[in-house]
Write a protein that binds this ligand. Structure first.
Ligand code: ATP
Length: 189
């Protein structure tokens, strides 16, 4: 099994996440891609996020259209600070019977430079191959991992939250189902 792991806060998940994940699935020939919403990002302590249940529900809506993709609540279920090294150990344990298991940790180019600040960065690199999602046509060379050129939709969760707060439409930046969820739940107002 070739499994991609795509972690994040996903507050909200958007088409930048989805297009990069889709490109990674194809390029790496992944059997499965797991979106793993963090309970609490260790490097973003202090920043307030939407309830985990909402982030989980929206990420499930994002993943719904591709049979390879699913959402794993293991970090939210574990609670506390979400250290990737613990998540990778849990996933290796889950598939310990698969001698051909290949885990790919997908991270954005903006996240790659923070890796040395993570808990046990060497263990992270030993437990999964780190794949850095770079901009198609760009010339970024990540400080860690292997670069993978993906389509880049210029959208961020921060930008989407600001647009909702300003009363602007976010159609086209997130799947319609996610936009409907945000409106119905009254998030980011
Ligand atoms: P925020 O704006 O709140 O910081 P974000 O949009 O960066 O959020 P996260 O949930 O923090 O989203 O990101 C999860 C992962 O997705 C990270 O590895 C990040 O680099 C990557 N990512 C974020 N936006 C994009 C995008 N537009 N294209 C590809 N990857 C992205």
């Amino acid at each position: 099994m070739r499994i991609g792991i795509f972690g994040g806060t996903f507050d909200p998940p958007h088409l930048g996440h989805l297009s990069a994940a889709t490109d990674a699935c194809d390029a790496l020939k992944l059997d499965r891609l797991l979106f793993i919403p963090a309970a609490q990002q260790p490097l973003k302590v202090g920043s307030v996020t939407s309830p985990a249940a909402d982030r989980l529900a929206m990420t499930r809506l994002l993943a719904a259209g591709d049979a390879r993709m699913s959402v794993d609540p293991l970090e939210i279920d574990r609670g506390g600070l979400s250290f990737t090294v613990e998540t990778l150990r849990t996933l290796r344990e889950r598939w310990r019977g698969d001698s051909a298991l290949a885990l790919f940790l997908l991270i954005g180019a903006d996240v790659a430079p923070t890796l040395p600040k993570w808990r046990e960065p060497e263990s992270v690199a030993a437990l999964a191959e780190i794949v850095v999602l770079t901009r198609l046509g760009g010339s970024e060379t990540p400080p860690v991992g292997r670069p993978l050129a993906t389509r880049r939709v210029d959208v961020s969760s921060t930008g989407i939250r600001a647009m909702v707060r300003a009363g602007e439409s976010i159609r086209g930046l997130v799947p319609d189902a996610v936009a409907d969820y945000i409106a119905a739940a009254g998030l980011y107002r």
